[in-house]
Design a protein. Structure first.
Length: 514
């Protein structure tokens, strides 16, 4: 049946919905919640690949006219993309049954091992929109409950990688990734220029923050743009052999983005899909050698090193089966890396260390050089066990800073910017110790929450500085913590939360008298 379209100006965020006049729906046999195929035209005629949507009925007077369908934003945008036109007036609707891949999802929920062909079909249908978000959610839940064998994870990784274009920069392509969970983990801002200064190829694509106060892309965007077309990215990498780029703009491995959109509201990140997600993104950028940072501790995905070790061993098996040589490093996650948390403050702290090796902080310098050193060893630039020393030399000599300036310039930023010129929140509050003692513990979850209340990551100038970390001796009146914001109201909320949930736990050195 042919229908004129009406844009409703409503977004669901995930579920593709069309709104039908109830009489039209009855005539077509489309019940509430049924799935329909939407066929649209380009300049040559009807497009062969339909868009899948769910039917809602319009029961209110005048909402939708007879012979008309209402399109939610997600469906309308997809129609324009498929038709390659700025305006579409008419579409054809047909009832649709569930795709064959949904039976494979049901089989996984029941505990069946999936074949390569079945996994390929699930990934293809998810990427092309043939599976609805609730059906993808069923797949993710099945992975959480039933898991996948190594062979299934390899097949899932390959299917996700091949859902988009795979770039080829040759055999010596390096990268670093982190499983996350630690505030202030700005090590990429140090690692990439160290590796670039060693004349190695490192096309670093990074994410924006999802649950943390700042992602690498958010922090680097303070210094230079990060979102480019594929053609522009290739120009940057050809010129500098390095970049710090937002992966979302490239739409590499689109299947991964499809799964992530469903994972977020579920608060699920099953390890099989987590492994596939990381590796498929690396495959899409042609990475051949990878160092994986696995923070272990309270508030991370890996509460103990034993959990991290088990994940690392499996990750390496899968990565090497798809051609990526990997070294995993289990790292401490008991407190933030460095002192700064938040996009502008992290960019400031990273740039300060690149300009002046002695500026520290030691935790940022040591972790960055440890990870960069592993890549230098993998490249044959340093012997086993000597990579960290070489990384420190590159950092100390200023070569890494010069490489960072070239990357900033290539991506359209000001290479001469100084740390003190980076703008931070105009409102701030200093918080002081109310007693003597030692910092015995730092609550990362509270630090993340305070930074986000202050405005991170959307407000790039917002953030916090932690002046005293674990082991620091404290005297009453010492500066412990600073909160920055562009909003007086948000700053007040963040300060109130701080007083209710103090992130630095103070105590004496005595545990117990017996």
């Amino acid at each position: 049946m042919l229908f004129k379209i009406k844009k409703l100006g409503i977004a669901t965020g995930t579920v593709p919905i069309v709104l039908m006049d109830d009489e039209d729906a009855f005539a077509m046999g489309a019940k509430l919640g049924d799935r329909v195929k939407i066929f649209t035209k380009d300049i040559e005629g009807y497009v062969s690949n339909p868009i899948i949507a769910v039917v809602d009925h319009a029961t209110g007077e005048g909402l939708i006219q007879h012979g008309e369908i209402g399109l939610y934003d997600e469906v309308h945008q997809k129609i324009l993309e498929v038709a390659h036109q700025s305006k579409v007036d008419e579409v054809e609707l047909q009832l649709s049954s569930k795709p064959k891949s949904f039976e494979f999802i049901r089989a996984k929920i029941k505990g069946k091992t999936l074949s390569k062909e079945e996994i390929d079909e699930i990934v293809k249908d998810a990427t092309q929109g043939n599976l609805l978000p609730i059906e993808i959610a069923a797949f993710i839940t099945g992975l959480e409950v039933r898991g996948l064998s190594d062979e299934e994870v390899v097949n899932l990784t390959l299917a996700m990688a091949h859902s988009g274009e795979i770039l080829d920069f040759g055999p010596e392509v390096f990268d670093k990734h982190s499983t996350g969970g630690v505030p202030g983990n700005k090590v990429t801002l140090i690692i990439v220029p160290i590796i670039a200064a060693a004349d190695l190829f490192i096309p670093k694509t990074s994410t924006r923050a999802i649950t943390s106060p700042s992602g690498t892309a958010d922090s680097f965007e303070v210094l230079a743009p990060v979102a480019f077309s594929k053609e522009h990215v290739l120009e940057i990498l050809k010129k500098e052999k390095a970049g710090i780029l937002w992966g979302g703009a490239l739409d590499s491995a689109p299947a991964d983005n499809t799964f992530i959109r469903v994972e977020k509201p579920l608060s699920m990140d099953p390890f099989p899909i987590m492994i596939a997600s990381i590796i498929c993104k690396k495959m899409s950028m042609g990475v051949k050698k990878l160092v994986l940072d696995i923070p272990c501790g309270k508030g991370t995905k890996f509460p103990t090193p034993e959990h991290g070790r088990k994940f690392a061993e499996r990750f390496k098996r899968v990565a090497e089966k798809v051609g990526i040589k990997t070294v995993c490093l289990l790292t401490s996650a008991n407190q933030p890396i460095g002192h700064a948390v938040g996009p502008a403050l992290e960019a400031q702290e990273g740039l300060r260390l690149l300009r002046d090796y002695s500026a520290g902080p030691a935790s940022l310098m040591n972790k960055s050089c440890e990870l960069a050193g592993i890549l230098l060893e993998m490249a044959g630039k340093a012997k086993l066990g000597e990579g960290k020393k070489l990384a420190k030399e590159i950092l100390k000599s200023g070569q890494a800073y010069q490489a960072m300036k070239r990357i900033i310039k290539a991506q359209g930023g000001n290479p001469e910017i100084k740390p003190e010129e980076i703008k931070i929140g105009q409102y701030h509050t200093d918080l002081f110790a109310e007693e003597d003692g030692y910092v015995t513990e730092v609550e990362n979850a509270y630090i993340n929450r305070i930074a986000k209340i202050a405005g991170c990551p959307a407000a790039k100038k917002a953030g916090i500085i932690i002046h005293k970390k674990i082991g620091s001796q404290i005297s009453k009146g010492d500066l412990l913590f600073q909160i920055f914001s562009d909003s007086e109201e948000k700053l007040a909320e963040a300060v109130a939360y701080y007083h209710e949930h103090k992130p630095q736990i103070l105590g004496g050195m005595t545990i117990e008298r017996i």
